[in-house]
Design a protein around this ligand. Structure first.
Ligand code: GLA
Length: 671
């Protein structure tokens, strides 16, 4: 959890963007700053990719342009989120030190010419980066415009896993610190298998490409090591900044679909404020639900504290197979979904659309079309709305439901050899979260082993890797009266990727009252019938209920007759188990029934609507704020009274939320 040693002090909700003035001339900067004023921009991230501009040759600094830009922004009352500039090393560094370049698992180096071409364990890179940070923080550390430090950029976006010799040596040091001796490492990795026993530390390599499948415990530890290496890079930059500046320090996380390499549970405590970048992923079945999930996870990383949406887009990105623009009004809806879910800042990548470089077809606040464009008008409208939400800043989201999320389970689920290659951790998480989202329930995302005392309902999707202590937290909480829903492929391995024996789900088995003997996944696209008339995909298992009541069983397929959905009384609580991937409607209905029984409800009663609705309450000391975002076309109405901040009107009883609209009601009386 963040220490929040240095609070991010800002008036209201920050509104801003990445700004890359080095791509433009001074005349353009004047227009930029004038238009930023028009849009209400008050926080601008600069110098993210500045290295080759401010250090054109080794040890030779040129801050003239950066001085000028920071001065202009400051004069216009715009605060600076100052990049350390180390994200993308300059060409001279790679030429003089090619050993900094990252190596892929097949032993080939990656060339410069893109960005982030550096090995996280490279001592040469680290030293060069820290020299730059010292120069930047020394120059601007006390500048009144600097509101926040932005270390590097999306650490590990491209270079999280490096397999070079220097990384191998660092991996060995990390392993020695973890295991102390080779007997412990051999035991943890199960190296008795395939004659892999290590007798000297030097024999150990990163899990480079092998002729057959790799040791999954080695792969798991390499993930942990790689996440720690980049966190150590963050810490090293932050340590240089802190004595030179009183401003808070953070970096932009990538809590977004498909980015799996950093265990942000271990990172978040090093941030003064959590910041996240989020882009809608149109490859997913439900991108809007995933947006809500990412926002809830960003809040969870900070232990519920407000966080900053450091980047999102006004329209299409440039890196998906099909890059879709946003629907009319979607910029507002998506931005305010993040705010509803705890963001105290709404920023975009980027300010002005590039006309050159590989991101020239990425949307921006100021598009190629200029100010005579729908995107610009929506940006200006959003800026005005954000301004009206100042009083929401600092308030906290209320939730009675939690979902347990684990990067370690993600890594351990997706090893090379698994029961079905179609089995993905995130798919299970998204399915469970999507069902809760469709029900309008507010969800906190928590780490395995987190204290669950604040929750009535806890959902545990596919928690493949679980430590005995983490399982005990969950089962003790159930016994004390909680209701949990655990889904398949949970409780399969321990922290060393060693199978829990005696029948799956290992340390959860007794509390769930079901014993699984054998997995029986089915082909992608195939469907299973359940005894209650619903259908499911992907997974079945041969099991029997020990103490649980069978709510539905497999009616066909390889596990016909085995329980598919069970419910067990455990102490004063209830433990549900779902041994298949229910089709979305059935999953939603099941979780809806469980939520009803548990007394968990949406933050307000909302009627109508024909699409997803966000219904979230943020509570402060003097007032609470009910957010209702209507992603559909049909009108919805919410039971609420108070003052509506977007229309500026008092409301009593029933608040109309037209299709595509957002309403934010200040509820003065306790809700
Ligand atoms: C990331 C990066 C930005 C930009 C965007 C494009 O978020 O931090 O520099 O590349 O992706 O979507």
């Amino acid at each position: 959890m963040p220490t929040a040693a240095r609070p991010f002090a800002h008036h209201g909700i920050a509104f801003g963007c990445d700004y890359n003035p080095e791509q433009w001339t001074a005349e353009v900067w004047d227009e930029d700053i004038r238009l930023m004023g028009e849009a209400g921009v008050d926080l601008v991230a600069i110098n993210i990719f500045g290295w080759s501009h401010i250090e054109p040759r080794a040890g030779e600094y040129d801050f003239r342009v950066l001085d000028d830009v920071i001065g202009r922004l400051h004069a216009a009352g715009i605060r600076v989120n100052l990049g350390t500039g180390t994200a993308s090393p300059p060409a001279w560094l790679a030429l003089s030190h090619p050993e900094i370049l990252p190596m892929a698992e097949d032993g080939t180096r990656r060339f410069p010419g893109g960005r982030q071409a550096w090995c996280p364990s490279s001592a040469v890179f680290r030293a060069a980066a820290l020299r730059l940070v010292e120069a930047v923080a020394g120059r601007y550390g006390e500048h009144p415009a600097v509101a926040l430090w932005h270390v590097s950029n999306e650490l590990g976006c491209h270079n999280a896993l490096c397999y070079c010799d220097e990384s191998a040596a660092a991996f060995r040091r990390w392993l020695e610190a973890k295991y102390d001796n080779l007997d412990a490492l051999n035991a943890a990795w199960g190296t008795a298998f395939w004659s892999q026993t290590y007798r000297q530390w030097d024999e150990i390599l990163p899990p480079r490409a092998t002729i057959s499948t790799r040791n999954p415990a080695q792969v798991l530890d390499f993930h942990r090591f790689s996440s720690d290496e980049l966190l150590s890079h963050y810490g090293a930059e932050a340590d240089v900044i802190r004595p030179l500046s009183a401003a808070p320090v953070t970096t932009n996380f990538m809590v977004t679909a498909h980015i799996e390499n950093l265990d942000y549970w271990s990172w978040a405590g090093e941030m003064d404020i959590v910041a996240n970048d989020h882009y809608l992923d149109h490859r997913l079945a439900d991108p809007t639900a995933e947006l809500a999930f990412a926002a809830d996870l960003s809040r969870g990383l900070g232990g519920g504290a407000p966080w900053i949406l450091m980047e999102h887009s006004t329209g299409a990105v440039n890196w998906q197979p099909l890059n879709k623009p946003k629907q009319p009004g979607e910029i507002l809806r998506n931005s305010l979904t993040h705010v509803a879910r705890g963001a105290d800042g709404v920023c975009f990548f980027q300010w002005r659309a590039s006309v050159q470089g590989s991101e020239k077809f990425h949307s921006a606040m100021l598009p190629h079309a200029g100010t005579d464009s729908a995107v610009w008008r929506e940006v200006v409208e959003l800026g005005a709305v954000v301004e009206r939400l100042a009083e929401v800043a600092g308030t906290r989201v209320e939730a009675r439901t939690a979902l347990v999320f684990s990067w370690e389970s993600w890594w351990a689920t997706q090893t090379e050899s698994r029961p079905s290659q179609a089995l993905g951790y995130l798919d299970q998480v998204h399915a469970a979260y999507g069902a809760l989202h469709a029900l309008g329930l507010t969800v906190d995302i928590v780490a395995p082993g987190a204290d669950l005392a604040d929750y009535a309902l806890v959902v545990v999707p596919g928690l493949h890797l679980i430590r005995a202590g983490e399982a005990a937290v969950l089962t003790d909480w159930i016994a004390a009266g909680g209701t949990a829903v655990v889904t398949f492929y949970s409780g399969i391995v321990d922290q060393d990727d060693r199978v829990w024996t005696g029948g799956y789900t290992g340390p959860l088995r007794e509390a769930l009252g079901v014993r699984i003997e054998e997995f029986a996944p089915i082909a992608p696209g195939a469907e299973l019938q359940l005894s209650d008339g619903s259908t499911s995909t992907l997974w079945s298992e041969r099991s029997h209920a020990t103490t649980a009541e069978v709510v539905a069983s497999f009616a066909d397929g390889p596990s016909a007759g085995s329980p598919a959905i069970t419910r067990n009384t455990w102490g004063d609580g209830t433990a549900w188990y779902v041994g298949t991937l229910l089709e979305p409607g059935a999953f939603r209905d099941l979780l809806g029934r469980i939520a009803d029984e548990t007394g968990v409800r949406p933050a307000a009663t909302v009627r109508g609507g024909d699409g997803a609705l966000e219904i979230v309450r943020r509570r402060g000391t003097d007032a609470s704020y009910l957010f209702v975002v209507n992603h559909g076309r049909a009108s919805a109405s919410a039971e609420a009274s108070g003052f509506e901040l977007i229309t500026g009107m008092p409301v009593t009883g029933d608040v109309d939320v037209p299709g595509g609209a957002v309403r934010i009601i200040r509820e003065e009386a306790a809700a």
